[in-house]
Design a binder for this molecule. Structure first.
Ligand code: ADP
Ligand code: MG
Length: 697
């Protein structure tokens, strides 16, 4: 676009330095371009011109064109008086009244001048009148903007309003801007993309967004602008992906050999679900390429991600490479180690575990075994990324619960392979497809969307404080049958002290009630070793009830636990509730999730509890969560890398997102450097866009 768009808004006629200052402060509008992108919040149809003789009742909104035949200030007892005028369009007469802006209006409205007006009709005495009509002077060279068309309403603030920049004031300046510069709005897409996707031009879209000729045109304009907002972001992602493919070479795993086949045919303890098979196939396809795999596997708790990871690790071995799996906690690493080492041994592979706190001698032996290649599979915590850990030949890195690790930690682990190892990330915190598509344009996403057969649904109940005794009785009944229970309390920084008191009190209460059983406690303020100790006691059923803050959120697997009680459940986020619930329902016995609701539950809180009661599908839950919180909050805006879309909404405009993504990825394939003449506009626009978007590294 032309440099005029960088021109400071203060130079626009009818703005000036004072208004410019307020525009910048209150609305972030500094340039012509900012104002161009300051879109109306709603539109009101004032396009149907009526005649005064048509007016039959009060309350009607009408647009009229005519002349003022009388205008005068009428003194009132208090205040500055009101302005009273008579208006006619030849078919009848109408009274107009103003109580505000009297002076200014009196100076600007002339008898006999042709005006268009819009307002709500009321009856005063025997005749109809309109108070505070909106007025356009038809003699103005600027023509109409407030009346006789679909009229835009702009967001404003009190301070803007005080400077005359209410909706009406904004209309004046956007109109002025389009008069001055509208013809200079350039195109930023190619003809072929516009044709394929049925898009109107960039220029028409922006003009119609401010002043739509009809509601149909408005919809076309909105579609076009949303499309391009998505398109340029997706194009950026598509290009990053191509670049990564090109740069990050990795060893191609072309063989599916003995380890994989033998395990699959002779030792697989169950048949894989279709979802597991599909994801494994996607992984195999990626691994066979000489470019680094970057795949995220999303699967609800219990969907069987471990087996998928293990089979992928076998493929690495089939091609002569070691594989590593990194888990966020020692307990989780332990659990993975137990399962995986047992399975690996069946095909003659050796597994080791590397976590903090191991004895020096033991650690030394492990490190030597990893370096010499004696160990084929290496499981661990972030202890794996320490400098001293050297692999003989690392070909695949699996990261469990990736959101618990920073980008840097994962990158450090990759650097232990040369060339880069393939990268598989597993998460039980599903991100809705729409969002995954937006954020992870450069990561491939696989979804395990079915649980293994035979899972018993978890019964979820919501109770208030009045049911406390009943709940205690219910827990007792389960424990008497040999089961175990979790009781989880919220803990947030703002009310940390109070929250900790609540946990400790809750623990005391349970100890008093369950005199025949042991009640353990784990919270974030404890020393890690003590936490670990308490957790292990629970794992071994030495404690029957575990009271905790959310530290048990991730991954612990105690199949004998059948009750999850969540205190003040309304204070938890939806995905957190779902994760917590996933701690039960892992064994043979029917499980229960009991959500204890506090006294004050917000509307959103109620929606969360309702969602929990109604579904156990992690993806559905994440969709609802996204709807309730909005994308920024859902991902944590700062680290999400999502740009701010002015008009588009990734939840509501999913079909547009899909079309834009398709167009962007196709273009990136066909003309990666955007050298074709027809893509020149796209290239220019992208360069400016790239600078503006602060992307996630
Ligand atoms: P998650 O996806 O939460 O990591 P896991 O991999 O721990 O889930 O699997 C949960 C449980 O389901 C494990 O006990 C595992 O052995 C079992 N499992 C996994 N896949 C299947 C399957 N296809 N059929 C039956 N059980 C399975
Ligand atoms: Mg798991």
């Amino acid at each position: 676009m032309q440099p005029i768009w960088q021109k400071e808004i203060t130079y626009l006629k009818k703005v000036g330095p004072k208004r410019a200052e307020v525009l910048a402060k209150e609305a972030g509008i500094r340039t012509y371009l900012d104002l161009l992108h300051y879109y109306p919040r709603k539109y009101v149809d004032r396009s149907q011109q009526k005649r005064i003789s048509d007016i039959t009742e009060e309350g009607q909104h009408v647009a009229l064109v005519g002349k003022i035949t009388r205008i005068e200030v009428v003194k009132t007892k208090r205040g500055r008086g009101r302005l009273s005028a008579t208006f006619t369009d030849g078919s009848g007469f109408l009274e107009l009244t103003w109580f505000q802006g009297v002076k200014w209006l009196q100076a600007s409205l002339k008898k006999g001048e042709e005006i268009a007006l819009f307002g709500r009709v009321s009856r005063y005495g025997g005749s109809f009148q309109i108070s505070h009509p909106e007025i356009d002077k038809l003699s103005d060279d600027n023509g109409k903007k407030h009346v006789l068309q679909i009229v835009p309403f702009y967001p404003s603030t009190e301070k803007l309003g005080r400077m005359g920049l209410d909706s009406r004031g904004f209309r004046t300046i956007t109109h002025q801007m389009l008069e001055e510069a509208g013809n200079l709005i350039g195109e930023n897409l190619s003809q072929s993309i516009m044709q394929t996707n049925n898009l109107i031009s960039h220029k028409a879209a922006l003009q119609f967004l401010h002043y739509p000729a009809s509601f149909a045109k408005l919809r076309q304009a909105q579609y076009r602008i949303k499309f391009e907002e998505f398109f340029f972001f997706q194009l950026l992602l598509a290009r990053r992906r191509l670049k990564a493919r090109h740069q990050n070479q990795a060893p191609p795993f072309t063989r599916i050999g003995e380890y994989f086949n033998t395990f699959f045919e002779a030792h697989m303890p169950f048949s894989l679900t279709d979802a597991q098979k599909r994801v494994l196939k996607e992984i195999r396809r990626d691994l066979a390429l000489p470019a680094q795999m970057n795949r995220l596997v999303q699967g609800d708790v219990g969907s069987g991600k471990t087996m998928v990871a293990f089979m992928s690790m076998l493929i690495a071995k089939d091609n002569g490479f070691q594989a590593a799996l990194m888990a966020p906690t020692a307990i989780l690493a332990e659990q993975h180690y137990k399962k995986i080492s047992r399975m690996a041994a069946k095909v003659g592979l050796k597994t080791c575990i590397l976590v903090g706190g191991q004895r020096k001698k033991e650690r030394k032996e492990i490190l030597e075994g990893v370096a010499s290649g004696e160990f084929d599979l290496v499981i661990g915590t972030h202890a794996l990324i320490e400098k001293t850990v050297v692999f003989k030949q690392l070909g695949l890195v699996v990261v469990d619960e990736q959101h618990k690790f920073g980008v840097e930690q994962r990158a450090k682990l990759w650097q232990k392979g040369s060339p880069f190892p393939h990268n598989l990330v597993m998460t039980a915190t599903p991100i809705p497809r729409t969002l995954a598509m937006t954020v992870y344009g450069d990561v491939d996403v696989s979804i395990i969307d079915k649980l293994p057969p035979g899972r018993k649904p978890i019964e979820t109940r919501v109770h208030g404080e009045s049911k406390r005794l009943e709940v205690l009785g219910f827990i007792k009944n389960q424990i008497d049958q040999g089961r175990q229970a979790y009781v989880v309390y919220p803990l947030v920084e703002e009310s940390e002290k109070l929250d900790l008191i609540a946990v400790v009190k809750g623990h005391e209460l349970l100890e008093r009630y369950f005199t025949d059983y042991r009640v353990g406690i784990v919270h974030g303020k404890m020393h890690p070793d003590d936490k670990e100790f308490e957790m292990q006691r629970f794992v071994r059923n030495e404690t029957q009830i575990l009271v905790s803050t959310t530290v048990i959120e991730v991954g612990v697997d105690v199949p004998n636990s059948t009750i999850m009680v969540i205190e003040n459940a309304e204070r938890f986020g939806l995905s957190q509730l779902h994760q917590l619930r996933g701690r039960v329902g892992r064994g043979q016995n029917k499980s229960y999730c009991i959500l204890m609701a506090g006294k004050k539950v917000s509307a959103d809180g109620r929606k969360r509890l309702k969602a929990m009661r109604e579904t156990q599908d992690g993806f559905k839950i994440s969709e609802i969560d996204l709807e309730l919180r909005g994308p920024g909050d859902f991902l944590g805006t700062r680290q999400s890398g999502l740009p701010e879309f002015h008009l588009a909404n990734i939840v509501e405009d999913r079909p547009i997102l899909e079309a834009a993504r398709e167009a962007a990825f196709t273009l990136a394939q066909e003309d990666p450097n955007l050298v074709a003449p027809e893509n020149a506009h796209i290239r220019q626009y992208l360069m400016r866009y790239q600078k503006a978007v602060n992307l996630l590294s």
